[in-house]
Unconditional design. Structure first.
Length: 676
């Protein structure tokens, strides 16, 4: 069962959060302090926490609505996608076709779950399953062989009537049958023993069982109840973390025991005891061994510590490809030490408290996660409230990578207001929480951001609000600097010739590849700017264009935005093409040789030896031609050479053959995308 969305109602400062759709991997909820991030995660966490944590109406019902308090008010709706095995198990409970793999489970302030299949309210009726009915009917005694023929006939008639009545769901009629069936069986008793004794024994047992059956049917779970109980048992564990306590590594065992006896454990003590539990160590045993004065026992304690450290290393540190480490425990008297060796660094064992703050944070986090997931590290809904607050920007970037690891086998949702913890290369992961008049709401519409959230997103993108392309109303985002150079100079040539190129009020912005175009365009759309994105028509360009168009542009139906595939405008629709294919291959190859003359000479080659083979887009063919002779191809050098030619071109008549026609089609498509 995997969570795919949730919605929170009537919880602290949240009246209705709106449905929060989750990405398949991470979901990042951006918001300023006091925006409702913690309330959102707390409400979701209490849906099915690792440790008991019920909703408390007195503290968590929205302020100022005291007279509206209602224990039946649902707090959280969670939509799940079922696994194939779960669908198969549910299909056995219903006679209808299971043509859905989604279920919505709600929980109210009383802690009651409600299960619903949207669009299929009668999928699991409030009726007993035939198997349940048969099972209860099977508790009636079988007719013995050593009885008279009339009694056998009467007994079988009674049994058939009970089963038929139960199958029809007329359970209340069973009460009347106790008397009528008793009389029917009495009237057919044999006159002589031993048959009569056997028949009377059967009659007595039958009447007693029949009297119990009505209660049994009333108590038996209905089909809906069975489906409800099964689904509730499958809900994943929700783990909430906010106070990412750091394990300090050193502890005085006797003092921890004393504070435990006085019920005065501090947070460090609780964390330390958690570490012992995870490692399979016992505090009292360690103390007794240390106080023994027996060298053999003390040596045995150290062996136990080594084994525990190896166990913890295998269970925790060995799970992560990034930042692998090895743990070592040792004790001197009643002082406990933890040392860490980072596997990829040749620095040996270092006390935990001397490690970097970032490493201590990761180490403590891993242990806490292992504890709360019962050692599985998987199948959980992991809720992280403002993680990495005390990490430097580099550590926050490392945390993002680690979160990806956690999300491989878990659903992970985290809140933040830190720019370095927002990955705008994956904009579908980002939600924004805002305070509105009715409370906190969550949205993936960046254009509705409050100023603080908008600033966080701007900072995450690495830009400032006063940068030029954020001021422009119309923006054309292209894949790279080479696209920017060539399009700009081609447009200048068109304008010098009195032809329409790219209008001057359209600002061209270069990304760092097709994925970069997606996240820059997404951000600009979210700021309410008019954006058109130009993609190469190669495999990656088409993939990223589809991603932007389907996942984002459709969300902003009122936004003036669009996409253009270069090849579909300059070549046959569906044909691969990049910006380089605007130019004839003979011309482009000439510029390759011109810009790579020194490399060609150093390789002892003649220019004619660098030749194109095959057909299709020119760029991969040039790369093959160069690599064949051991030449390192630099398309930027070629773009600069072409740009120099374009700057010198007085009119379109000076352009290589075919360039004018292709460029004209491309400029027309761009203007059309802007509605011009």
């Amino acid at each position: 069962m995997q969570i795919i969305s949730f919605r929170v109602y009537k919880y602290r400062n949240i009246e209705d959060s709106g449905e929060v759709s989750l990405s398949d991997a991470l979901t990042c909820i951006v918001g300023k302090n006091q925006s409702g991030k913690t309330a959102l995660l707390r409400a979701l966490h209490k849906f099915n926490p690792h440790d008991s944590d019920p909703y408390i109406m007195n503290r968590e019902w929205p302020r100022g609505q005291r007279t509206k308090r209602d224990k039946s008010q649902k707090v959280c709706d969670v939509r799940f996608r079922l696994t194939d095995a779960e669908v198969e198990a549910l299909a056995k409970l219903t006679s209808q076709e299971m043509n859905t793999d989604e279920v919505v489970i709600s929980k109210d302030y009383q802690g009651r779950f409600d299960v619903a299949f949207p669009g299929m309210p009668d999928l699991f009726p409030e009726a007993l399953h035939p198997n349940s009915i048969d099972g209860i009917c099977d508790t009636l005694p079988a007719v013995p062989n050593q009885v008279g023929p009339e009694f056998i006939q009467a007994a079988k008639s009674c049994l058939d009537e009970v089963r038929r009545t139960a199958t029809e769901g007329r359970f209340s009629s069973l009460t009347e049958m106790v008397a009528t069936h008793g009389e029917r069986l009495s009237s057919t008793l044999s006159p002589d023993n031993p048959q009569r004794q056997i028949e009377e024994a059967f009659r007595s047992e039958y009447v007693n069982k029949l009297g119990e059956m009505k209660t049994a049917f009333q108590q038996a779970p209905t089909i809906r109840q069975q489906a409800h109980d099964y689904l509730v048992s499958q809900i994943p564990t929700f783990i909430y973390m906010d106070d990412f306590r750091e394990f300090r590594g050193r502890a005085d065992l006797s003092q921890v025991r004393d504070r435990r006896a006085k019920k005065g454990l501090n947070p460090d003590d609780e964390t330390f005891l958690m570490i012992l539990q995870l490692a399979g160590l016992d505090l009292d045993t360690l103390i007794e061994q240390g106080d023994s004065g027996d060298e053999n026992i003390i040596h045995e304690r150290q062996l136990d510590l080594q084994d525990a450290a190896n166990t913890l290393t295998r269970d925790v540190a060995g799970r992560w490809e990034q930042n692998k480490y090895r743990i070592e425990f040792r004790a001197d008297g009643q002082t406990f030490f933890t040392e860490i060796e980072e596997v990829d660094k040749d620095v040996g064992m270092i006390p935990l408290e001397e490690q970097s703050k970032g490493f201590v944070w990761f180490f403590s986090f891993d242990l806490r996660f292992m504890h709360d997931s019962d050692g599985t590290f998987e199948g959980c809904v992991l809720l992280l409230d403002e993680p990495g607050l005390h990490l430097h920007p580099g550590g926050q970037a490392d945390l993002l990578k680690r979160l990806d690891s956690y999300a491989e086998k878990n659903t992970l949702i985290y809140t933040t207001h830190l720019p370095f913890l927002i990955d705008l290369r994956e904009p579908e992961r980002i939600k924004v929480i805002n305070q509105v008049e009715d409370g906190a709401v969550v949205s993936d519409n960046f254009s509705g951001c409050q100023p603080d959230e908008k600033l966080t997103l701007q900072t995450a993108l690495g830009i400032r609000a006063n940068q030029s392309y954020l001021i422009s109303d119309k923006n054309l985002v292209v894949e790279g600097a080479h696209d920017y150079w060539l399009l700009t100079e081609l447009s200048n040539v068109f304008q010098r010739s009195g032809k329409e190129g790219i209008p001057e009020d359209i600002m061209i912005t270069a990304g760092g590849g097709a994925p970069e175009v997606v996240h820059m365009a997404t951000f600009m759309i979210g700021q309410g700017l008019e954006v058109v994105s130009l993609f190469d028509s190669d495999k990656e360009g088409r993939s990223q264009e589809e991603r932007l168009r389907k996942a984002w542009i459709t969300r902003y139906k009122d936004a003036k935005s669009g996409t253009v595939l270069l090849g579909d405008t300059t070549h046959a629709v569906g044909e691969d093409a990049t910006i380089e294919d605007l130019f004839p291959e003979e011309y482009y190859l000439e510029k390759v040789k011109e810009s790579h003359q020194e490399k060609i000479t150093d390789a002892g080659l003649q220019q004619e030896q660098v030749a194109l083979e095959g057909d299709g887009p020119i760029l991969p063919r040039v790369e093959v031609a160069c690599s064949k002779h051991g030449l390192m191809f630099n398309k930027g050098s070629v773009a600069k050479a072409i740009r120099r030619d374009l700057v010198k071109s007085a009119t379109v008549q000076d352009l290589p053959d075919g360039v004018e026609a292709k460029a004209e089609k491309l400029f027309s498509a761009i203007r059309h995308a802007f509605g011009l």
